[in-house]
Write a protein that binds this ligand. Sequence first.
Ligand SMILES: [Zn+2]
Length: 327
Amino acid sequence: MLNNWIAGVDLGGTTTKIAFVTMDGEIVHKWEIPTDNSNEGQNITANIAKAINEKIHLVGRTNDHLLGIGMGAPGPVDYKTGIILNTVNLGWKDNFPLKESLEAATSLPAAIENDANCAALGEMWKGAGNGAKDLVCVTLGTGVGGGVITNGNIVQGVNGAAGEIGHITAIPFGGAPCNCGRTGCLETVASATGIVRLAMAELSAGGPPKGELAMKFAGNGSVTAKDVFDAARNGDDLAKKVLDKVTFHLGFVLASIANTLNPEKIVLGGGVSKAGAILLDSVREYFEKYAFSSVKNSTQLTLATLGNDAGVLGAAWIIKNKLNKER
Ligand SMILES: [Zn+2]
């Protein structure tokens, strides 16, 4: 059994990442397939089963080498039933029985979890968590995702919607519209999209282009979140102003979360976190300003270390955990 593998799947709207993982959390093989969300998502689990079947034979093993399959999916998940309540861009109708569909397609025991929660579990198991059992993970990507782990377990909430850190209100009045239908959520200021929106607002505020970011905007007609961090690193005033807004809201929200949970670590992941120290140091400054003193002294703010592998590793962890409990 120790030599067997489990499969971890990170389901995204355009690509699906798959990995064969040992019971110790080492990735043996990993690859990607396109996500086919046509026909109300009918092909998604069948394609994953086919990809796994082909790969296991390609690497000279048979299906019985796999003990189970775990999957992170973009949407709130009822962990007990394995039903995904709703998704935006996969084609599935509401309340899709994902676990059942995956088990039928692969003939393997399956476990399903929300993708941001999987990323948090991945970081806990093999990444920045480094053994911490009380952990909050914030994924700063196109949107902002969150996963809260207490005593080694994901906090699910009564309806699977706990840890939606991206939809904590950061700007109560006059905030920008959010994908969730409300306005002013953290996601509208701390995601890559939000950072670009804040930068564009500053850039179009007027005056002739001055400084690195303004020159880039004048040349390209647009800027990216990375442009903002690069320019801020070079001392560009406008970029620094945008960065300050982003990190104020993020630091403030994270301090409130830490005051509630006092986790051992808060891990910042996702594409935006690749900005590194310039982001982390500034968030930490505001975090320390708004955190209760004993929380400030004990909760550590850190960057994720697994990158794109966090999702598949966390997905593998949930099936491993489930198999261990059933044994
Ligand atoms: Zn929202």
